[in-house]
Write a protein that binds this ligand. Structure first.
Ligand SMILES: Nc1nc2c(ncn2[C@@H]2O[C@H](COP(=O)(O)OP(=O)(O)O)[C@@H](O)[C@H]2O)c(=O)[nH]1
Ligand SMILES: [Mg+2]
Ligand SMILES: [Zn+2]
Length: 352
């Protein structure tokens, strides 16, 4: 019976977990998350679910179900109660907007990310690089889809620039409207894998999803304008099964895909050339900004390393360092606070 979940990404490894749970709990995948309920695809169709109390009150926000998650639920036709979130193989998270620490889970269990960027005003190589760092950290493979080829007169140069800058990533020039380049992109997609569409609002993610599904399953910006209902675009993360057998999650524009890194070294390995050069720096902890004997600076001066690559490396590194520092700072503050409380209890600073 469970075999009917395989098209949704279910696999043998997940199947092995089932004997650990009561038989009446059935597995399903979170297709989308609404404010108070979850749409879950199971072997016996779609269920609208709520969370069991022990999940709702005892878990951190990141441990609650998110789009892409595999869960176990107790069916109470036509509703269901989610009792467990099964282990995830990937988690894509970002910094909480406006907060210095903590992560907000965007989607889980995705294999590949399609970074959609328009070749119009949206075009921004540095932003692509930033997104790659976050994906690398999450263990999610990237594909770059440079969209709206029909709107740019220099699309060939723009595509070439990105290929040069990011030689390890597959880059496709497409137009989700005219269909140009879509066959090449679709040709690389694998049945049963889960893809997430990422990019700023207006990049064309939902239009691309509609083109690949050969129907209007997602509203796009333009459609909402003609209907005259104001903004009526992608508002939550939703998983779709495409006719080509791939699973695809559409997301609202993640404007600031802020870094949520535990390890600033991930920045360096994105820039493999810089990483290679760094081994030749005089100082082991060289920051490649001003040190004598820095092989990276030398390569820039000799025009062996592209200056724009070097500059975006520095920019990214500053951002990653800043995030690492704010996390440390928070840890330090909470330590200070617990010391203060302890001292108060000891009566050093009056009564608590
Ligand atoms: N000319 C052109 N317009 C596009 C293309 N892809 C998307 N659009 C338009 O860009 C706008 C935003 O698209 P949408 O899919 O809603 O973007 P999303 O916010 O990333 O989901 C809509 O008006 C689309 O019709 C394209 O390849 N060429
Ligand atoms: Mg959209
Ligand atoms: Zn150096």
């Amino acid at each position: 019976m469970i075999t009917s979940l395989y098209p949704f990404g279910w696999n043998a490894k997940l199947n092995q977990l089932l004997p650990n749970y009561p038989e009446e709990m059935i597995p399903g995948r979170i297709m989308t998350v609404h404010k108070t309920n979850y749409i879950v695809q199971t072997a016996s169709g779609e269920y609208t679910c709520e969370l069991a109390g022990q999940l709702q009150f005892n878990k951190l926000p990141e441990d609650l179900p998110h789009t892409g998650d595999w869960v176990l639920l107790l069916p109470y036709d036509p509703m269901g109660i989610i009792t467990e979130v099964l282990p995830r193989h990937t988690v894509l998270a970002r910094k909480y907007p406006g907060k210095t620490t903590g992560k907000q889970v965007l989607v889980t269990n995705v294999d590949m990310a399609i970074l959609v960027q328009g070749l119009d005003r949206d075009f921004n190589p540095a932003r692509l690089e930033r997104m790659l760092v976050g994906l690398k950290d999450a263990g999610i493979k990237p594909i770059i889809a440079l969209n709206k080829m029909d709107l740019s007169e220099e699309s060939a140069q723009q595509i070439h620039l990105i290929q040069e800058l990011l030689p390890d990533v597959a880059v496709y020039g497409i137009s989700a409207i005219t269909g140009e380049g879509l066959q090449e992109l679709e040709g690389t997609m694998e049945q049963g894998l889960t893809y997430v569409l990422l990019g700023t609002s207006g990049a064309g993610k939902s239009t691309l999803l509609n083109a690949l599904s050969h129907q209007m399953i997602q509203k796009t910006n333009a459609m909402s304008d003609t209907v005259g209902k104001g903004k009526h675009t992608t508002t939550n993360r939703e998983l779709f099964l495409l006719p080509n057998g791939c699973l695809m999650i559409d997301t609202p524009g993640v404007r600031e895909f802020a870094l949520a890194l535990d390890d600033t070294d991930a920045v360096a390995s994105t820039f493999s050339e810089i990483e290679r050069l760094a081994h030749q720096c005089r100082y082991h902890d060289c920051s490649h900004t001003s040190e004598a004997g820095c092989a990276v600076i030398e390569a820039v001066e000799n025009h062996e390393l592209d200056e724009s690559v070097y500059n975006s490396y520095l920019k990214l590194k500053r951002e990653a360092d800043h995030y690492a520092a704010s996390t440390l700072d928070k840890k330090r503050k909470s330590k200070d606070l617990s010391r203060l409380i302890k001292n108060m209890k000891k009566g050093k600073h009056g009564k608590l």
